[in-house]
Design a protein around this ligand. Structure first.
Ligand SMILES: Cc1ncc(COP(=O)(O)O)c(CNc2cccc(C(=O)O)c2)c1O
Length: 459
């Protein structure tokens, strides 16, 4: 069991030894970290006894909800049976075989081959190496460039951070690496001007074609995108966007990659986001909902064309010590099986997802400085705007978002501010009653937010 310490003691030791990700260490240590001690269902509990509604499922990942009793049991049994062995030297083990078989069953048709990693970033870096290897084997060694989107997020490794379009990450570490370029994101509210969303979807897809022609199709290896950009602010593309992207990739013989790290495993009501938008990639990357965060694991899914070509190339010189880790694989298997057999994904598609989308629009559509209220399944967002009529955003994009997020946090409700987008992705097990409770709290916070906007002279 964890040492029982006071919050102050935990905070002091944390400040003395623990470096947090994406954090201004000095600023954090001035205020002290919030000590989360346990969780159950959709709720977190901190060391001060606060009960917090987790509208973000951790980091978009705890799809099955907190406090499962089965997954720890699975981990215990696997650890006792075979805590670890690698899959490098012509060996495998039952846990990773069973997981691979199950994933081939839940994946969209045509994806029967899976490569394992420990995170979404490693899945993305694996994909980059696979894409370039694919074209090497095909004898088109100049096809190395990958196209991503500005404000896309593909992780924090050198490859993932380069492919992502977060400039504040590029500035730290001299990124992007060579051979990675970006196009604008399909954010209708900001870039759509007087186009309908459908017209804008085609225009945004054409940015990809323009980039291909600029680089030279014979040099472009792949286009990579999240079906819905998650950390970029839940940017839901118009319906015309992805089918047009697919047509363009086929026209110029470019691999199409979907980064399903957030959209995968039921988040949108479909098993994978590609199924919502009606496109079929050649490769897709996953992590998060694969294990619902109970174990670190990621997976890269390949269609037959890519898998066969890589196999024709002989040794694929890539992999990780923990690729297909027995405990992670066993827990992921139990998690995915429960998402399927307990009807959790189906419920998101047919019940709680439509309910959330209806209520989310009813609640947030009523506020003066909220617009572009949007979402699919159980991933939703809205944008804080200065003037709805003119679609004018606030200056210093992100400042207002932090103000709003802090009001939620003070009311023990976790939602993310991605710039001035407020986003939510709760555990997929959230009930309709819990949705009502979450939105009732959120509505009160938004009344307070609108009040503070006026008091601070921001509107
Ligand atoms: C689409 C996508 N691809 C790759 C990654 C990287 O996964 P790992 O973190 O497991 O390496 C992600 C991760 N997404 C992510 C990770 C951490 C924070 C936030 C946030 O929204 O604040 C989002 C992601 O959202």
């Amino acid at each position: 069991m964890q040492n029982q310490r006071t919050t102050t003691e935990w905070r002091e030791l944390d400040a003395a030894h623990h470096l947090h990700p994406f954090t201004d260490t000095n600023s954090l240590n001035e205020q002290g970290a919030r000590v989360i001690t346990k969780a159950d269902g959709i709720y977190l509990y901190d060391s001060e006894g606060n009960k917090i509604l987790d509208g973000m499922a951790g980091l978009w990942c705890v799809n099955i909800g907190y406090g499962r009793k089965d997954l720890p049991e699975v981990a215990k049994r696997q650890m006792e049976q075979l805590a670890y062995y690698n899959t490098f030297f012509k060996t495998t083990h039952p846990a990773v075989v069973e997981l691979s078989h199950l994933l081939a069953e839940v994946a969209p048709q045509g994806f029967k081959h899976v490569f394992y990693t420990n995170s979404g970033s490693e899945s993305v870096d694996t994909m980059i190496r696979m894409v370039r290897r694919y074209w090497d084997v095909k004898g088109k060694k100049d096809k190395k460039t990958l196209i991503g989107r500005w404000n896309g997020y593909h992780g924090s490794t050198i490859g993932g951070a380069s492919l992502g379009g977060m400039t504040y990450m590029h500035e730290q570490g001299d990124l992007p690496i060579p051979g990675i370029v970006h196009v604008e994101q399909p954010w209708w509210y900001k870039h759509g001007k007087d186009m309908t969303p459908e017209e804008f979807g085609l225009a945004a897809a054409k940015w990809v074609e323009d980039k291909i022609l600029e680089v030279g199709a014979d040099k472009v290896a792949a286009f990579v995108g999240e079906p819905i950009q998650g950390a970029g602010g839940v940017i839901v593309p118009p319906s015309t966007y992805w089918p047009e992207i697919q047509r363009i990739c086929q026209k110029y013989d470019i691999l199409l990659v979907a980064d399903e790290v957030i959209c995968g495993f039921g988040r949108t009501g479909e098993w994978f986001g590609q199924q919502v938008f009606g496109f079929t990639p050649d490769i897709f990357t996953t992590a998060k909902g694969l294990s619902s965060g109970y174990q670190p694991i990621g997976a890269v899914f390949l269609n037959d064309k890519v898998a066969t070509t890589l196999a024709e190339g002989g040794d694929f010189n890539h992999g990780f010590t923990y690729s297909g880790h027995p405990v992670a694989a066993a827990v992921a298997h139990a998690n995915v099986k429960a998402l399927r057999d307990e009807g959790i994904v189906d419920r998101v598609k047919n019940d709680t997802g439509p309910y959330m989308q209806k209520r989310w629009r009813e609640v947030f559509g009523q506020f003066e400085h909220v617009d572009d209220v949007r979402g699919v399944g159980l991933i939703q967002a809205f944008t804080l705007v200065k003037n709805k009529a003119t679609r004018e955003l606030f200056p210093n994009f992100g400042e207002i978002g932090t103000l709003c997020r802090d009001i939620f946090f003070k009311n023990n409700l976790i939602m993310r501010a991605c710039g001035d987008h407020i986003v939510s992705a709760p555990p997929l097990v959230i009930s309709k009653e819990e949705i009502d409770q979450m939105l009732e709290t959120a509505a009160k916070c938004m009344v307070e937010f609108e009040k503070q906007l006026k008091e601070r002279g921001l509107v």
